[in-house]
Design a protein around this ligand. Structure first.
Ligand code: MSP
Length: 531
């Protein structure tokens, strides 16, 4: 049995739809940066891409937050949504759809989907008893709770006891089909450690979960019983589907699922794995729809080794970080310094050191001094050398020829730090190369042809590095490309059509004689943080 009809000719990716109880934090920024990088890499390869982000606006948590602030829930949501959109602009996120669960046409999709599941006999009325964490919007099992019924994720909050009539979704019915999915599509849950977590959860036996709430009206009414409000997660997951509609489309499942479905990757944090890797595919199976292709659960960020939290007073404000260091710096740090999938730490000192070492020194200085040498020893143009003039065994060329393959595999596996390591290994090798070849001595010896070959080889290697880094640091890649004489904008969505991946990911394409730009620092050294 095939569970998802995978399309390799187009690519769709989602971030979680963020709760709007508060302004976006660094955790939401982390997932969104990663999703943007994957979307950009696919665009670079010339694929049609759809990147979806958005907000999850219903439920008790949002209702209570709005009440506490003396706002209507909708007014509150609108304000916070503006904050999300502005952060994504500042972070240079190229999303295609911003899906809000309060969008009018979302309700039509939710109703149609509910009806399908209802007709399968997969929804029934029952009694729900248990501890509910409003911050997670989830009933907790005893083993997930700390003493005093505190949630293990929101440790300063007590879960609330509930004993009420709810509608339930027959998750238990899908036990076998889910096991089959995990077996036949092993890449469905990644990385491996998360897959194992899910398998052991499912092996313990699945229990039906409630999909409605009473005494809470900030949400859609249950279509078959308006005294109940639909559970926020049931409605939120479906907003991935609503997001697929074109602006002029009728809001029907058929329309929504006609082109981009199934989603290629749902990118999420590890805390919401169960919803995406267990509940969501079961809901889709019940509705008779193909499931998504891949769910990737990344790790959690800590600050200076400590869990982040408002009460701990150590939250990182993404807006402040970007205004101080710029979007490329923030994007680079989180993807290079943290192995994607594992937990990772932010420390300002490490941040500054990493950026200075990699972007200012290794890459920036290399380009700068090479361009200055070209000005001095050649003229203002790319030396009259072609990639083919350099022997294949040349230290940089031989590595450059195989770099794109390694980096492509790394991006596809979402191993961003590995992609950066591979690229920077070549950048560091280039620094060593130029020191060892010493064009200044060759020049004095009158070996002009060799000087030109060495400088060409280094410039071409820097170009390739900038090209392959462009999904992560598009502005810096733009600066490198412009100084090398190209007029290319890595921030344009049609980049894959503007410059072909098959050309630019190859070592040896820098056009001989191309007029170079003025050498200018591409990344200014950062001062160490104040103690
Ligand atoms: N609304 C749900 C998602 C519904 S998707 C249909 C939700 N929203 S959230 O705003 O609470 O969380 C969004 C994401 O932020 C999750 O992927 C979560 O893992 C991530 N993070 C929250 N804190 C985090 C860190 N400290 N570090 C990294 N990511 C973290 O859940």
């Amino acid at each position: 049995m095939t569970f998802s009809a995978i399309n390799n000719d187009r690519f769709s990716i989602t971030t979680p739809l963020y709760y709007v109880n508060d302004l976006p934090h660094i955790g939401s920024a982390y997932t969104t940066i990663a999703a943007d990088v994957i979307a950009r890499f696919n665009r670079l390869q010339g694929k049609p891409v759809l990147m979806i982000t958005g907000t999850d606006e219903h439920g008790q948590k949002i209702q209570r937050t709005a009440e506490a602030l003396g706002r209507s829930p909708q007014e509150h949501c609108d304000q916070v949504v503006a904050g999300f959109k502005s952060l994504w602009d500042q972070l240079n996120i190229q999303y295609d759809r911003f899906s809000r669960t309060t969008a009018t046409r979302h309700e039509a999709i939710v109703n149609e989907f509910f009806q399908r599941v209802w007709e399968q006999g997969d929804i029934y009325l029952g009694q729900q008893q248990g501890w509910y964490c409003v911050s997670c919007e989830e009933f907790k099992e005893d083993r997930d709770l700390l003493d005093g019924h505190r949630c293990s994720i929101h440790t300063n909050r007590e879960a609330e006891w509930r004993d009420e009539q709810n509608y339930f979704f027959r998750l238990s019915k899908y036990q076998h089909q889910l096991e089959q999915l995990y077996q036949e599509q092993p890449e469905f849950i990644q990385p491996e450690s998360r897959r194992n977590e899910v398998l052991s959860f499912v092996n313990r036996g699945l229990q039906d979960f409630s999909v409605s709430r009473v005494n809470m009206d900030w949400g859609f009414p249950v279509p078959v019983d308006p005294n109940h409000t639909l559970y926020v997660w049931f409605d939120a997951l479906l907003a991935y589907v609503t997001a697929l509609l074109e602006p002029e489309d009728e809001p029907t499942l058929e329309k929504a699922l006609s082109y981009w479905w199934p989603i290629s990757i749902h990118l999420i944090g590890k805390d919401i794995l169960r919803f995406h890797a267990v509940y969501w595919p079961a809901m889709l199976m019940s509705a008779g729809l193909p499931v998504s292709c891949r769910v990737f659960g990344h790790g959690f960020l800590t600050k200076d080794g400590q869990k982040m939290g408002k009460s701990l007073g150590n939250v990182i404000d993404p807006v402040e970080l970007i205004s101080r260091y710029g979007s490329d710096a923030v994007r680079y740090y989180f993807l290079k310094e943290i192995e994607f999938g594992r937990d990772g730490d932010f420390s300002e000192l490490r941040f500054v050191n990493t950026l200075n070492a990699d972007l200012a020194n290794d890459l920036g200085n290399l380009l700068n001094r090479t361009l200055k040498m070209v000005q001095k020893y050649c003229d203002r143009n790319v030396p009259s050398v072609a990639g083919n003039d350099i022997v294949d065994s040349d230290l940089l060329k031989s590595k450059g020829l195989i770099l794109a393959k390694e980096v492509t595999q790394a991006y596809e596996a979402l191993a961003f730090s590995h992609a950066c390591e591979a690229i920077f290994a070549l950048v560091r090798a280039s620094n060593k190369y130029i020191d060892e070849q010493a064009p200044w001595t060759l020049y004095k010896q009158g070996q002009q042809a060799t000087v030109e070959q060495v400088l060409y080889t280094v410039l071409e290697t820097v170009r390739l590095a900038a090209y392959l880094l462009s999904p992560i640091i598009p502005n810096i890649s733009n600066a490198v490309y412009r100084q090398l004489g190209f007029s290319v904008d890595f921030n344009q969505k049609e980049i894959g059509a503007a410059i072909a991946f098959d050309d630019h990911a190859r070592w040896g394409i820098l056009p001989s004689g191309q007029a170079l730009g003025d050498p200018e620092p591409i990344f200014r050294r950062l001062d160490p943080p104040a103690e």
